[in-house]
Design a protein around this ligand. Structure first.
Ligand code: VGL
Ligand code: ZN
Length: 197
């Protein structure tokens, strides 16, 4: 088994004080830093939206953050503006170790959001991560980061579909948890046989 740690979106905007703060988001940073030594590869993902991105409520007339809208690819939650390319909010948490092998950016196409590290929300546009892992012979993934119920869960479910062995280390994740989204995500991951720690 060649094992990778996939660190999802540990960025300033998802930590307390940020534009889309996840409660306790910063608490996981030392836990993740500590875990990094135990893997053959460490990969960071970075949510990376152009300004005016279609996942922002401000891009839709009459919509407020956390409402939903219909996109060509299905229902999309509308978010506060966050992780805009090149802004300080899009930067990694300042204490997160940066000595990773790869940083993969996602959410940079204006008209489509991307929760998963593998595919955008249309479930078909690839980010390239699958090819990278395959080329390196990596078949075993541990996922940590933000947020459990969105980007971490979508990444874990896609990884199972792509036939990786997948573990989500819940002690190194934090959730947004809106309208029962955390319970739904946990249930979906259990049903898909993601190993939950
Ligand atoms: C995320 C909402 C919007 C995440 C990213 O990282 O879970 N959530 N963009
Ligand atoms: Zn985003």
């Amino acid at each position: 088994m060649t094992k990778a740690l996939i660190v999802i979106d540990v960025q300033k905007d998802f930590c307390p004080g940020g534009a889309l703060a996840v409660p306790g988001g910063d608490e996981i940073v030392p836990v993740i830093n500590e875990m990094m030594a135990g893997f053959d590869a460490v990969i960071l993902t970075q949510d990376w939206h152009p300004s005016g991105h279609s996942s922002f409520a401000s891009s839709h007339v009459g919509k407020a953050p956390f409402e939903t809208t219909q996109m060509p690819y299905g229902t999309q939650v509308l978010w506060p503006e966050h992780c805009v390319q090149g802004t300080s909010g899009a930067a990694f948490h300042p204490d997160l170790r940066r000595d990773a092998d790869l940083i993969i950016r996602k959410g940079y196409r204006p008209h489509i959001d991307s929760y998963s590290a593998f595919f955008e929300n249309d479930q078909t546009t690839p980010t390239g991560l699958q090819g990278y892992l395959k080329d390196r012979g990596i078949n075993d993934l541990t996922m940590v980061g933000l947020a459990t119920d969105f980007c971490v869960a979508f990444s874990a479910l896609d990884a199972i579909r792509l036939e990786f062995a997948v573990r989500v280390e819940l002690a190194a994740c934090r959730a947004i948890d809106m309208d029962g989204s955390l319970n739904t995500a946990l249930k979906n991951m259990k049903n898909a046989e993601v190993s939950l720690g």
